[in-house]
Design a protein around this ligand. Structure first.
Ligand SMILES: [Zn+2]
Ligand SMILES: [Zn+2]
Length: 194
């Protein structure tokens, strides 16, 4: 079952190392996402229904799995590095998805609501606990095509890269000139061997 925001804050602080405005924003975003999808127990009974895409590698992203239970290692959390405080919550059972984006105006709202607080982080923490969902986030119903190879629980034979010999899972191999290669050997390498 869903917990209260203060209960989630305790868990988020433990997982993230500190409590910050981004944590509260991430918790609120995840709570709003599962509410719009009508999921009452995302991390429990409904845990196989939900896949979440996050669009930034900052504080808010760490808070989202606290509510949703969607984790990278379970293949239920997907990272698309768009540099936006946004996330898309996908209900696999009912084939529905909603994308939420943090409104730019919420920082200004926080300043107006709590001018007496010295730090922006304090202002935002207080405001992000209070503001209605709709003031914090824009919401858009979307369609997300999730291929079978991207779903949790997908099984496929491991193949070996013809160049480096490393094993490749989940159909991430590519074929170049008749050879089966990993994405690194096919030109997407983000590191240079020394
Ligand atoms: Zn933080
Ligand atoms: Zn390779």
């Amino acid at each position: 079952m869903l917990k209260s925001l203060p209960e989630y804050e305790v868990l988020a602080e433990q997982a993230h190392g500190h409590l910050c405005a981004g944590q509260i924003l991430g918790l609120r975003m995840a709570l709003y996402g599962v509410k719009l999808l009508g999921l009452e127990d995302p991390a429990g009974a409904d845990r196989k229904r939900l896949v979440t895409y996050v669009e930034i590698d900052r504080c808010a992203t760490d808070a989202i799995p606290i509510v949703t239970g969607c984790r990278l290692g379970k293949r239920a959390l997907k990272f698309r590095d768009f540099g936006k405080v946004a996330a898309t919550f996908c209900d696999l059972r009912d084939q529905r998805a909603v994308r939420l984006v943090a409104r730019e105006s919420s920082k200004q709202r926080a300043r107006e609501m709590y001018p007496e607080l010295a730090s922006k982080n304090q202002q935002q923490m207080c405001a992000y606990r209070q503001l209605p969902d709709d003031d914090l986030f824009g919401a858009q119903w979307v369609r997300v095509a999730i291929g079978p190879e991207d779903l949790p629980g997908y099984k496929a034979p491991r193949v070996m890269c013809a160049e480096c010999g490393e094993g490749i899972n989940f159909k991430r191999e590519v074929t170049r000139g008749g050879r089966v290669l990993c994405r690194a050997c096919a030109g997407e390498r983000y590191y240079q061997p020394l």
